[in-house]
Design a protein around this ligand. Sequence first.
Ligand code: MF3
Ligand code: CO
Ligand code: CO
Length: 256
Amino acid sequence: MNNYSEKFEKMRIAGNLAARTLDMLTDHVKPGTTTDFIDKIGYEFIRDNGGFSAPLFYRGFKKSLCTSLNHVVCHGIPSDRILNETDILNIDVTAIVDNHYGDTSRMFCVGNTPIKANNLINATYESMMRAINILKPGIKLGDIGYEIQSYVEEKGFSVVRDFCGHGINTVFHEYPNVLHYGKKNTGIELVSGMTFTIEPMINSGKYDVKILADGWTAVTKDKSLSAQFEHTVGITENGYEIFTKSAKDYSKPPYK
Ligand code: MF3
Ligand code: CO
Ligand code: CO
């Protein structure tokens, strides 16, 4: 036992529900489905399993999850938009259970994904996992950003600057900001008991983004493709725990 074991137990439960929601949605990501339908069944699944969708009513957001297609970087709003063969889609789910938040997102390929999009998705996933793998007490926040930035820039991709990971617990977005770019050995030191997200947004073109008139949808300025994955993690005595691991071992597409 330690002073954060109760908190971690609750983060585990919330994180697990968010991950199971993405697991459940996987088979529904196919040509002909609307993002509104994904939103609806995501909402119901979370509700029926004892949780609530955190995005709903969050700062005026009117849907239960975010669906970000192609050049949408994040915060895409579910709509009557029908998925088609060449789309790549990020679904971002945040579940609240017993007042604690679990926040996770994955990329989905609707049909036959162009090789360039696939490379972007793979690099984005790998950058997140590389950053997670170094987590332990004593490393610095900047080490996380360095890990992601150095990996994806080497491949010719860019790291979005305008959004970052965040502390998360009984509050959705909390100190500290977890930047996905940075320098080794800079920033605050990680200590056991900390809980936060790592959620790199990686663009195939330049890193600049703009927000559409709806006030939410963030898109790449140059209309290049963007990908993102997100896990909620906790720092343990000698490493880390991922609270939002898939129960079906889904990591990156193809999911089977
Ligand atoms: N889930 C997003 C994150 O990773 C936040 C979504 S807020 C919303 O932090 F209102 F856009 F849903
Ligand atoms: Co988040
Ligand atoms: Co999220």
